[in-house]
Design a protein around this ligand. Structure first.
Ligand code: FAD
Length: 377
């Protein structure tokens, strides 16, 4: 006898949204999460996640992001929780870099609301920053920030309200597919389901060793700084930002607690050989490095970090995720490898995952996320 139609393994960003979508569509579904819901042990913690639509990673994401924004609002309506705040977003850098070119191409292809701000005007409007002569600011008006812990909790609770059963502190140890379905083993107990959706992020290689060479776990450090004048960094005055140069990528969000501002260096995150052994200590060198960037680039902040925490995400070699049915594993789907930029799109990814699990196809354009592409590092 089946315990459910579908099991979702890993209830983080993608798992919670897939559970929400599947339960909303009347599918009987089990969720398994090795920690608590809304935990900060993987990719989904740290107070805020940036939402951008003029996309540095490529214009092919824009339709997904627009649909994600609609679904964020739907989840807010269903749960009564505020999850996405659109206070705008500044993409800052040399317009000749690939990242900024992609931003401009996204804007042009989809007529996105924006402003290009440079020179004196930039420093007048955003006195928090110091700008290099070759840099411009591109204001993406439909960007902002998401509350990640509340988002995961909201989607999960909404799924439960629609009949999903979530096993918390239940680590899946094995997935055993056969012709008729899949057996999932968690905490030593077996569950029988029709299909399995694996959304284990940075932990994917632990559960699916064949993906060891394709999805690396990588470590990212988030840091927060006090401000000389915190009012300048309130959401209404300080859009989210991403600032790119060769040696760093500084990203951040306005103050959400009224005392500190997030600004983190997310360039070249280090490989984590064993996700179970993530080093959650932040070294002095790491703090000094980001402190130097903040000192140079955002003089409105006091460059001594007051908070730092460590997370990890699953990365692919081309920084695009994988979505699809796993070859050689009957009835098993994998949605992973979001490479440090997946949170904003999690509701639409949950919807696509539900399409694939239920119908075997989706109407969304996800060719660039094809699981069969060459992904070996
Ligand atoms: C520091 C940092 C900053 C980021 N900033 C942004 C941003 O500003 N904007 C943005 O869009 N994206 C951002 N991202 C990326 C985004 O957060 C991730 O891409 C996204 O959360 C990945 O979702 P996921 O579901 O694949 O993984 P996760 O959200 O990590 O969820 C995976 C879950 O699976 C569980 N799990 C794993 N193995 C098992 C098992 N065997 N059994 C049961 N449960 C298991 C884990 O405990 C975890 O809860 C950032 C990521 C990091 C790390």
């Amino acid at each position: 006898m089946m315990d459910a139609d579908v099991a979702v393994i890993g209830v983080g960003a993608m798992g919670s949204m897939a559970l929400w979508q599947l339960a909303n569509r009347g599918v009987s579904v089990l969720g398994f999460e090795q920690f608590g819901i809304g935990n900060d042990r993987s990719a989904a913690g740290g107070e805020s996640r940036l939402f951008r639509t003029a996309y540095m990673e490529g214009k092919q994401y824009v339709p997904l992001l627009q649909e994600a924004r609609r679904l964020w609002r739907q989840l807010e309506q269903e749960t009564g929780n505020t999850l996405l705040t659109l206070n705008g977003g500044l993409m800052i850098g040399d317009p000749n870099t690939d990242a900024l070119k992609n931003v401009l191409q996204s804007i042009e292809a989809f007529q996105l609301e924006h402003e290009i701000i440079q020179g004196e005007e930039a420093t007048k409007r955003y006195p928090q920053y110091r700008l290099f002569p070759e840099e411009v600011m591109i204001l993406d008006k439909k960007a902002g920030f998401i509350r990640p812990e509340l988002a995961v909790i909201s989607a999960t609770r909404q799924a439960e309200a629609n009949g999903a059963v979530i096993h918390r502190y239940a680590k899946v140890e094995e997935i055993i597919p056969d012709n008729a379905g899949v057996t999932v083993v968690a905490n030593g107990q077996s569950y029988r389901v029709g299909k399995v959706l694996v959304t284990t992020g940075a932990w994917t290689k632990k559960l699916m060793p064949k993906w060891n060479t394709k999805i690396e776990a990588r470590r990212l450090v988030l840091t927060w700084f006090p401000a000389k004048n915190i009012d300048q960094f309130k959401p209404e005055n300080f859009p989210i930002f991403a600032r790119m140069r060769k040696d760093f990528r500084l990203t951040g969000a306005p103050t959400l607690d009224g005392t500190m501002v997030k600004a983190s260096n997310t360039k070249n995150p280090a490989n984590v050989p064993d996700p179970g052994q993530l080093d959650r200590d932040v070294s002095l060198d790491e703090l000094k490095e980001v402190s130097e960037y903040v000192k140079e680039l955002i003089p409105g902040l006091i460059p001594d970090p007051v908070r730092a925490s460590v997370y990890m995400d699953g990365y692919t070699v081309d920084d695009h995720s994988v979505i699809g049915e796993v070859p050689g594993m009957n009835h098993t789907f994998l949605v992973s490898g979001f490479s440090g930029h997946g949170f904003k799109m999690s509701p639409v990814i949950g919807s696509i995952a539900a399409d694939l699990v239920i119908d075997g196809k989706t109407e969304h354009g996800i060719e660039h996320l094809d699981l069969g592409r060459n992904l070996v590092y």
